[in-house]
Design a protein around this ligand. Structure first.
Ligand code: A2P
Length: 274
């Protein structure tokens, strides 16, 4: 995305000193999807390096000791900006303020990123299933735009389940833009699959992802066999109870949990708060 035209150049004067080990970056753009969800992009410091799928702590310069929360980085590691996809919690210590940011405002970002939803934490396989609910799609928005993920897996399957159709829009726009991207687009042909469902609003496919795995609808829609430890790898990100339930399902069929230190068949992001 060429956002050069939108970049405000004015430097904001901050009321509080920037804590050490923290970048102070400018908001480039903000997009509101629903009264619960929005995405935003900030400038990327030259020295900031991360692996696609990792998270970082972000905050606002609105206090001596600002509140920081873990946010998955939604942009890939080659992007010149950093993108996030966030929930809006009316009285959330950070998101009640963060949801009001405008282009030109300052967002604080700790310099060190980390996380388990990275290609390095999985052993090689044929298919990568990325299972998400709500804003849990964010780390996968990074991974589906990273050529390394296509080097490692033949097929990428991104599942996204939300309460209603409007909450699926970020993912729909992401997949459409990725397929047309001059850099990544040609890697996606016949390899990047998007499987969506809603749980609280009538839509072409309804149901929790756990139910759609158990009744086989996920696999029949894709034309694949059920999870197979010999060739399938799984990443899971979203609400706490979903993480637990999907972990149980994949463990039942023999997939083993991996980590950066010991790569294996599936990984879960526990730091994520959706
Ligand atoms: P449901 O509407 O049945 O609660 P949220 O917006 O609350 O984070 O939820 C995002 C999506 O995750 C919703 O569609 C929700 O379904 C679904 N979900 C919540 N808990 C689970 C779970 N334990 N297993 C599978 N899906 C879940």
């Amino acid at each position: 995305m060429n956002t050069a035209m939108q970049k405000p150049e004015a430097v904001q004067t901050l009321d509080y000193p920037i804590p050490s080990g923290v970048y102070a970056e400018r908001v480039v753009s903000v997009k509101h999807y629903t009264d619960r969800l929005f995405s935003f992009r900030i400038t990327r410091p030259r020295s900031f390096r991360f692996r696609s799928g990792e998270f970082v702590m972000i905050g606002l310069p609105n206090a001596e000791k600002p509140v920081f929360r873990a946010y998955s980085i939604a942009s890939p590691n080659w992007d010149e900006e950093v993108e996030f996809f966030s929930i809006k919690v009316p009285d959330g210590p950070l998101t009640q303020h963060l949801q009001k940011i405008q282009p030109g405002d300052t967002v604080l970002m700790r310099q060190k990123s980390t996380g388990t939803l990275v290609n390095d934490a999985l052993t090689p396989g044929k298919r990568l299933y990325m299972i998400s609910t709500g804003t849990g799609i964010a780390p996968f928005a990074s991974l589906v735009r990273d050529p390394e993920t296509y080097d490692k897996f033949d097929q990428l399957i991104l599942t996204h389940t939300c309460r209603d159709k409007a909450e699926l829009k970020y993912g729909e726009e992401l997949i459409a833009a990725t397929r047309e991207d001059p850099l990544i687009g040609e890697l996606t042909g016949g390899r990047l699959h998007h499987f969506t469902s809603t749980t609280r609003e009538e839509s072409p496919r309804m149901g929790r992802i756990t139910a759609l795995i158990e009744n086989g609808e996920l696999f029949s829609a894709l034309g694949t066999a059920p999870f197979d430890p010999a060739q399938d790898r799984v990443m899971i990100c979203g609400s706490m109870s979903m993480l637990k339930d999907v972990k149980t399902l994949v463990e039942e069929v023999g997939l083993k949990e991996g980590s950066n230190a010991e790569p294996a068949d599936f990984v879960v992001e526990r730091a994520f708060v959706g």
